[in-house]
Design a protein around this ligand. Structure first.
Ligand code: CU
Length: 156
C-alpha cells in the first residue's frame, strides 16, 4: 500500500510540471481574444498570427448589452484588397447568413453574428495566410466595417 502511494506521488510530480510547460505556451501563441462593444468598436487594432500555428483561434466577445439585431458583431478575415467586396456581398446576404455570402472564396474565416453579452470562436486556417500579405479583420454587420476593421498579418 505504501509502495503504491509513493508511485502515484512520483508520477504526479513528473506529469504536472510537464502539463504546465506544454499547455499555456501553446494556448498563448495560437489564439487571441478580441472584444467588441456597444460603441461599435473592436478593442484590438492588429493581430499577428505565428506561422508555427496550424490554426489560430479567435474568441470574439461582445462586452455590450445591445441585441445582435441592433448592434451585432462578427469577425471576418480576408485580404485587405478583398474586404470591401466581402463586406458589400455580406450585407446583401443578410442577417440569416450572418452577413457573409455563402461560399465566398475571398473569406478566409468568419464567425457568426453575436449580440451583447455573447461570445463565439472562429478558427483561422494558418496555411491560407501568406507572409508579406496584408489582411484585415472586419465586422460585416451593415455600416460597421469602416470603423470595425483591424489588420492581420502572418508573423515569423
Ligand atoms: Cu459590428
Amino acid at each position: 500500500m505504501i509502495r503504491k502511494l509513493s508511485l502515484v506521488a512520483v508520477l504526479g510530480a513528473v506529469a504536472i510540471p510537464a502539463m504546465f510547460l506544454a499547455g499555456p505556451a501553446a494556448a498563448a501563441t495560437c489564439s487571441a481574444t478580441v472584444e467588441s462593444t456597444d460603441a461599435m468598436k473592436f478593442t484590438t487594432a492588429s493581430l499577428v498570427v505565428p506561422s508555427s500555428c496550424k490554426e489560430f483561434t479567435v474568441t470574439l466577445k461582445h462586452t455590450g448589452k445591445l441585441p445582435k439585431t441592433v448592434m451585432g458583431h462578427n469577425f471576418v478575415v480576408g485580404k485587405a484588397s478583398d474586404v470591401a467586396g466581402i463586406n458589400t456581398d455580406g450585407m446583401k446576404a443578410g442577417a440569416d447568413a450572418n452577413y457573409v455570402k455563402a461560399g465566398d472564396a475571398r473569406v478566409i474565416a468568419a464567425s457568426k453574428v453575436i449580440g451583447g453579452g455573447e461570445s463565439t470562436t472562429v478558427k483561422i486556417p494558418v496555411a491560407k495566410l501568406k507572409a508579406g500579405e496584408q489582411y484585415n479583420f472586419i465586422c460585416t454587420f451593415p455600416g460597421h466595417s469602416s470603423i470595425m476593421k483591424g489588420t492581420l498579418t502572418l508573423g515569423s
